[in-house]
Design a protein around this ligand. Structure first.
Ligand code: PEP
Ligand code: MN
Ligand code: NA
Length: 656
């Protein structure tokens, strides 16, 4: 086979060991986890990752041999992968939290007729059945399963349209990679450790970018540090592509918060397979955070220095594909402002007794960003970050060895594009899948913050909530207080995007941008947020704001230019953090900027600020009603009383 031929006369992962790492000399708790999983999945081979360059080269060679990746000669050490077209996004409907009691994992809707939309629960018994149905021998060689082989095209790469697909029987056994990883800087006071087992070399290579892996983490494990157990297999089915094995019909992503375990089957795609990210840092993380008194959130972290030299850090929670990465790396359009990036997707926030503030760390080490729309204008820092050591997934490929996606600057004269399915791109469809991604090391970001790896995190002065709201929701408003702000987070809604399987652009409730990522009952989550105020008597809580870059006029055109110009809104927020009360106007939904208090100097055309900041009463009466109905139907008796009181007060203010 292609695989075997290419590995002939080359060391495989098992022997010789690069650094003498073997299952036998793993710390005993890790070894037990590996051995149990080996018994279950029966891999042909086990490789314990040390995180070295040499090891990475071997994994890349294997991926090239399998046809999973192709080299992108235009960039240094960068590759493109095309997934199975059925495995392109997170699958929320197949993501489960498993606890003894259902009510610990998800809220109980007010009636049997209402379908719960705040997560899926699975009993421990059902989980065991689901696992036994999928994992036994999932990594072993199998002669009975038909698997698609191909004759490489004359071009010698993996363009699928020119492949001659043959079905043949059997596939070779897989290597199980053992990946010791740390979320947060290794050994940091807010960091946590995991061990992921996977049969996907693409996942192994991506985890190396997205988290800190290898020997330093093994050292921590040797000292007996506890870890999250994460088992992943891409699984198998009839007619798999050798370049991207997966089992989309039977994909499941399972979480056991009571024992800190993650079990993922059937998908090799990002959020389903890079288990440190959504599964650990958010779902399991939020349950650990609740037990330990802190917060695990779907938020970017950014440092902003204003012209007077004062630096402040803020967090922002927007749903997937709503611009977190762009805000996190913003090139400020106003002179004198400097923006520096700590993280673009996940924040762990914890009270720091020295500053009395919430401090945040970015538990990740890389960016897994949405590619389409990213360009040298909208996000030059992201473009610069991915110029080397990057993995691109489901983007278009250019004939000069680079990548292309919708929204990127046009390629040079004469350059042709191959789309994400491997077909010549002729403009009749998209070149890149709408949820195509870049994976690159955070350390390469030109504006990475000097404190991005600080173990104790950075002090947070403000939290922003936001989403895609074409109608009614002002550019920015400020919550009256913490309790009101928590209600604003609970009431978040946004247009659905390609980041998950939801179709079209329906306005969906997405409280705290966490709807797909809660590890426990959302009612308890709200109570936990509210408790931050009383938990530490002297806490200086961040101010809470809501922003909306996506409001449209009657012609359907965006009212606000967005991207680097968003610094104008951040500037207003910074002045509010400083306590400037002269720039406020009180409305029923919160404080909005007083007329002319947002700097629009030099913007052309001048945006219609009146419309951007308006709070239409009818719209908001319907909005308040929708939020109340949603919470009462979906969360019912688990909604904390103060949240219902805040909604009642909002409705009262709107009726005045
Ligand atoms: C994903 O889609 O797999 C993911 C991790 O990213 P997002 O935050 O966009 O959902
Ligand atoms: Mn995200
Ligand atoms: Na969608």
């Amino acid at each position: 086979s292609v695989v075997k031929a290419s590995l002939k006369n080359k060391p495989d992962y098992a022997a010789p060991r690069l650094r003498n790492l073997s299952v036998n000399n793993l710390p005993s708790a890790v070894r037990r986890f590996v051995e149990k999983s080996v018994d279950l999945c029966a891999p042909a081979d086990v490789h314990v990752m040390d995180g070295s360059e040499a090891e990475n080269r071997l994994i890349v060679e294997k991926l090239l041999a399998d046809g999973t990746i192709v080299k992108l000669p235009k960039y240094k050490n960068s590759y493109l992968t095309r997934t199975d077209p059925k495995d392109v996004a997170r699958v929320e409907s197949r993501t489960f939290i498993s606890t003894k009691n259902k009510c610990d994992a998800i809220p109980t809707p007010a009636s049997d007729k209402i379908k719960g939309t705040l997560g899926n629960w699975m009993s421990p018994e059902e989980l065991e059945r689901v696992v036994q149905d999928r994992f036994p021998k999932s990594m072993s060689g199998n002669s009975k399963i038909r698997y698609l082989d191909f004759t490489a095209s004359s071009a010698g790469n993996n363009f699928r349209h020119v492949r001659k697909i043959n079905a043949r029987n059997g596939f070779p056994g897989r290597t199980m990679f053992v990946i010791p990883f740390s979320m947060g800087p290794v050994g940091g006071p807010m960091s946590k450790i995991g061990v992921q087992l996977t049969d996907s070399p693409y996942v192994a290579a991506s985890m190396r970018i997205m988290t800190r892996i290898g020997e330093p983490v093994l050292d921590r494990l040797s000292k007996g540090e506890d870890f999250v157990r994460a088992l992943h297999s891409v699984g198998r089915r009839q007619n798999m592509l050798p370049s991207w094995p997966c089992d989309p019909e039977r994909t499941v992503i399972l979480h056991k918060p009571e024992s800190n375990e993650i079990i993922s089957y059937g998908s090799g795609y990002g959020g389903n397979s890079l288990l440190g990210k959504k599964c650990f840092a958010l779902r399991i993380g939020s349950t650990i955070a609740r037990r330990e008194g802190w917060l695990a959130e779907h938020m970017l972290i950014v440092g902003i220095t204003s012209p007077d030299g004062a630096k402040r850090y803020i967090c922002a929670a927007f749903p997937s594909a709503c611009g977190k990465t762009n805000l996190a790396m913003m090139q400020a359009a106003l002179p004198g402002y400097k923006v520096e990036c700590v993280g673009d997707d996940i924040a762990w926030l914890k009270y720091n007794p020295k500053t009395k503030m919430l401090h945040a760390i970015n538990p990740e080490a890389g960016f897994f960003g949405v590619a389409p729309g990213t360009n040298w204008k909208t996000n030059p820092n992201a473009m610069a970050t991915m110029e080397s050591n990057s993995m691109f997934t489901n983007v278009g490929q250019t004939s000069d060895g680079g990548v292309w996606w919708e929204g990127m600057e046009p390629p040079a004269e004469g350059v042709t594009i191959t789309d994400w399915l491997g077909k010549p791109y002729d403009g009749s469809s998209v070149a890149a899948h709408p949820n195509s991604r870049f994976t690159c090391p955070a350390s390469q970001c030109p504006i990475i913050d000097p404190l991005w790896e600080a173990g104790e995190g950075v002090p947070i002065s403000a939290i922003l909530f936001g989403g895609r709201r074409p109608e009614g929701v002002p550019l920015v408003y400020e919550a009256f207080n913490w309790e009101h702000g928590v209600m604003v987070g609970a009431g978040m809604r946004s247009e659905s995007t390609a980041a998950a399987e939801h179709q079209g652009k329906q306005i969906m409730h997405d409280p705290f941008a966490m709807r797909p990522f809660f590890g426990y009952n959302f009612g308890d989550y709200l109570a936990h947020w509210l408790s931050q105020e009383s938990r530490h008597g002297d806490i200086v809580l961040p101010k809470i704001f809501h922003v909306n870059w996506f409001r449209k006029d009657e012609q359907g055109k965006f009212l606000w230019p967005g991207f680097g110009e968003n610094i104008r809104v951040l500037d207003w927020i910074l002045r509010r953090i400083d306590g400037d009360c002269s720039i406020l106007e009180s409305t029923p939904i919160g404080y909005v900027p007083k007329e002319n208090s947002i700097n629009v100097e030099g913007l052309s055309p001048t945006p219609n600020m009146k419309e951007l900041l308006s709070v239409p009463k009818k719209f908001w009466q319907r909005e308040a009603e929708a939020i109340e109905t949603y919470l009462k139907e979906q969360v019912d008796k688990d909604v904390p009383e103060p949240i219902l009181e805040q909604i009642a007060k909002l409705k009262e203010r709107l009726s005045e």
